[in-house]
Design a protein. Structure first.
Length: 239
């Protein structure tokens, strides 16, 4: 499995006008995606989802069902994750599940990363993840530059917890989908639920909604927040 690199950059403060796919894919059409008219969110480049900004963030968490993925090419690579920092800062403390298509078929692997350190992948033997599994992830600041990262696959009955040290700014908290290669596999619609920041709803922080893009085309669409600001969807549009 290739190394999962997080590209950290200062993201645009306003939406960039990009091309809309001429017609929905079969999978997107089946999801009932409306392509025209379609309002896009802030251009997140290789990020989609929500980023809360401010200072003093101490925790972020969310739950999702790992999607069934169809690979478009061997360059496809993406991950849903939760994390602190990374939106305009030079570190990210994050954990989630990566789906890699480099073998020609989707391979899921749990991971965490204390960027700029390299990502750490969990053993697929001890911590397997399959499409349809219920995943919960959290990152919590434990004081003294320590962060506790926790990932649970309740369908498989395992939980992984680790505490790492990093000097970071804690100026953002995110619930995100990301493709480091800028190439998303077709993941259909991914639903995040129970999304909280500092123990409150994600929506209570007025987070920035992000749509990922590459090569002048939006690749997925982030919905508005529902369920009291704790849930949203990302829907695949284009590779």
């Amino acid at each position: 499995m290739r190394r999962f690199l997080i590209r950290v950059a200062t993201l645009a403060a306003a939406a960039t006008t990009l091309a809309v796919p001429a017609a929905p894919s079969t999978a997107a059409a089946a999801q009932g995606v409306s392509f025209r008219p379609l309002q896009f969110n802030t251009n997140g480049y290789n990020w989609g989802g929500y980023a809360a900004t401010g200072s003093g963030f101490t925790s972020v968490s969310a739950t999702w069902t790992e999607p069934h993925v169809t690979c478009n090419s061997t360059d496809d690579l993406y991950a849903p994750w939760v994390g602190i920092d990374g939106y305009g800062s030079s570190s990210v403390e994050q954990t989630g599940v990566a789906t890699d298509c480099s073998s020609g078929s989707p391979v899921n692997q749990a991971w965490y990363e204390m960027y700029p350190a390299a990502p750490v992948y969990l053993s697929t033997g001890s911590y397997p993840v399959s499409a349809g599994d219920s995943i919960s992830a959290s990152v919590t600041y434990a004081g003294s530059n320590r962060y506790t990262l926790k990932l649970t696959d309740s369908s498989r009955g395992w939980t992984y917890t680790t505490t790492k040290t990093l000097s970071a700014q804690r100026t953002s908290a995110e619930v995100i989908i990301e493709s480091p290669t800028g190439s998303y596999p077709n993941f259909g619609t991914l639903s995040f639920t129970s999304a909280t920041v500092n123990g409150k709803s994600l929506g209570s922080y007025g987070p920035v909604a992000l749509d990922p893009s590459a090569n002048g085309t939006y690749e997925a669409r982030t919905s508005g927040l529902g369920s009291g600001g704790t849930s949203f969807t990302d829907t695949y549009l284009h590779q």
